[in-house]
Each structure stands twice: as C-alpha cells, then as structure tokens.
Design a protein around this ligand. Structure first.
Ligand code: MTE
Length: 322
C-alpha cells in the first residue's frame, strides 16, 4: 500500500512568519449570544447548502469557558476544514454537505466495559443528561487556529454509560468507513481507513475532553464532523476525530491515523500543543487566526495547561508534543 508520509494539509517550510504579533483585540467574549450582540460573528455569507436542514439544539451555555479573541464566523468554520474522507484539501464542505448522511447514525460502544451499548446518536444525546455550549480554541498542527462555540457533553458522560473495567487503559475511536458516502475513501486508497484516534482513560476523564454534536446553536455541520465528533482543545486538531461510529475501551494503546501514516515521525500519539517544540518542517511558535488573519503566539497546551498539565507529570521521557 502506498502511504504518503507527508499530509497534503501540512504547510510548507518557510510559510511561517517568525515574529509574534500580540493580540490587540482582547474583547472577552462570554457566549455565543453575547458575541452576536457585539457583532463579532459574521453572518452566513453564502453557505446556504451548508446551513440546510440543521436543527437548532437545546443547551445551556457554560460560562466557565471564555475566549481572548473573537469567535470565528460560522461560515468560515464550515468552509475551511480538514476531513480527508471527502478529499485532501480544505474545500470539502459542499461535498460533505451533499453526501454525508448524519441521521440515522448508529454508534457502538464496546471493548472492556460492563455495559456495552449500540445506540443511535439521538438516543445517546438523550441519555447524557443535557447539552452545554463551550467556547473553545481549536489549534491545527498546520499553525492556524479558530474559535468555536461547540455544543456537546464531556467524554466522561459516555464513559459513565458503559462502566469500563479496570483493565481499560485507552479509549479508541473510529470514523465511518463508507466509500459510498465519502468519495475520498475510495479515491485515496493509500490512506489507512478508517480514521482512528485514541486517548488515555485519564484524558477521557478530563473535563475539557468534549464530544461535540452541535455548533453555533445548531446540529454540527457535516464538514465539521456531524453528527458527533471529539474536541480536545489542548491537542493539535488531528486528534479531534470526526463523525465517530465506534468507541472501544482497550488495553493496548491505539495507533492513530496520522501516527500510522507518518510512522510516528511527525504526528505522534500525544500531540499536545507546545510553541517550543517545532514540527519537523515548521515552527509552532505562532499561529494564524482564521478570518482575522492575525498572527498570535501559540500557548503551551493551547492555553489549557492549568486543566491538563498534571495529566503528563512524570512522562517527560515521551514525545508529548509531537
Ligand atoms: N477526522 C476525520 N475523520 N478525518 C479527518 O480528515 N482531520 C483532523 C480532525 N479530525 C480529520 C478528522 C484534522 S487534521 C483537523 S485540524 C480537524 O479535524 C479539523 O476540524 P475542522 O475541519 O472542524 O476545523
């Protein structure tokens, strides 16, 4: 099998700007509604296809998550994506909106658990006891970033539903693998489908680990990983697997999709954000904020160190930031 060792989404060396440009707009945005009120979220210019048919969601806004920058407009988020199942470029949105069928959507939760489950995504949503909105920063390994008003629930709520055994050490997640629904699967046979990701049980139990089912007040758009995706805001974006069909509690550390492609050389298992550890081919010191195009300094753990640094205490011998 031909495996490309360097993903197409990787920026080329030399595209990075060396100097940091500090944020001069530090308006604290307290919530999606507030953001709309101050006019910081652009309207949906175009994107009519991407908006079609997504139901509004019931959720409670969680005030604990504030941003130091503007929310990324919805249309930018929906139309600038990495979703290789639909092609190895950023403009997969129309393809995903046309072809991904996010409902009905069956999810399997299995492995080392007392209560394995197979259920529909809406049943899962009904069983987690309410959805919340959180404003998160999202930092791609390619040195661009966004902010997103996600709607979802902590991963821990899914863990609680199935009662894992003590022998479960990792949570492995898998995206759908259906070439009828996503033409990038058949046309790029050199990639190791399905997309797989994994996290430790301690990471899964951290409050920041979030399963996303909505964004911008509605069901999450197909291009952003409908109907259910992960978001781990302290890690590079490739850990945040989209359109999940299977969660397995396992003993062995899973090999994730990009880890397998790059043989761990460029995209490792941990992938925690660190401005001081460059990617093999570019610096991670700064990032371009999409839409405003500002260059801002990248923060250790993407600014979430207080919540997650303890997870990695004593693990300095591992490549935590690659
Ligand atoms: N999940 C699947 N199934 N397929 C993918 O190609 N791309 C990853 C991640 N999850 C990807 C995926 C990468 S590289 C990033 S940066 C984020 O999704 C992008 O999420 P966004 O398009 O919502 O910004």
């Amino acid at each position: 099998m031909l495996i490309k060792s360097i993903p197409n989404w990787a920026i080329k060396e030399g595209q990075e700007t060396p100097e940091a440009i500090y944020l001069n707009r530090r308006s604290l945005i307290k919530g999606f509604a507030g953001a709309l009120a101050v006019g910081s979220v652009g309207g949906n210019i175009g994107g009519a296809l991407a908006q079609a048919g997504r139901a509004p969601m019931d959720f409670t806004h969680n005030d604990a998550f504030v941003l130091d920058r503007e929310l990324t407009p919805e249309d930018v988020n929906i139309r600038y994506n990495n979703f290789y199942e639909f092609g190895s470029h950023k403009r997969i949105s129309d393809n995903a909106e046309r072809n991904l069928k996010p409902r009905p959507w069956q999810i399997e939760i299995d492995g080392l658990v007392n209560k394995p489950l197979t259920l529909d995504v809406d049943e899962l949503i009904g069983r987690v006891g309410g959805l919340e909105e959180r404003l998160y920063r999202h930092r791609c390994v390619e040195a661009w970033s966004m902010t997103v008003p996600w709607i979802g629930f902590p991963v821990q709520k899914l863990v609680d539903l199935v009662d894992p055994l003590g022998s479960a050490k990792y949570l492995r997640m898998e995206t759908f693998n259906d070439g009828e629904m996503a033409d990038g699967i058949g046309s790029q046979p050199w990639y190791p489908w399905p997309y797989v990701e994994g996290i430790t049980m301690a990471e899964a139990s951290n409050d920041l680990a979030f399963l996303v089912v909505g964004a911008y007040g509605k069901q999450v758009a197909n291009s952003m990983g409908a109907p259910i995706r992960l978001h781990l805001p302290w890690k590079y974006g490739f850990k945040s697997i989209k359109s999940i069909v299977k969660f397995s509690f396992v003993e062995e550390r899973p090999v994730s999709y990009w880890e397998e492609i790059s043989k761990g050389r460029e995209y490792g298992f941990w992938a925690n954000v660190n401005p001081e550890v460059p990617h093999k081919r570019w610096s991670q010191a700064n990032e371009t904020v999409l839409h405003t195009q500002e260059r801002v300094p990248t923060l250790l753990y993407n600014g979430y160190g207080e919540q997650v640094a303890h997870l990695y205490a004593g693990m300095e011998d591992q490549d935590l930031f690659v």
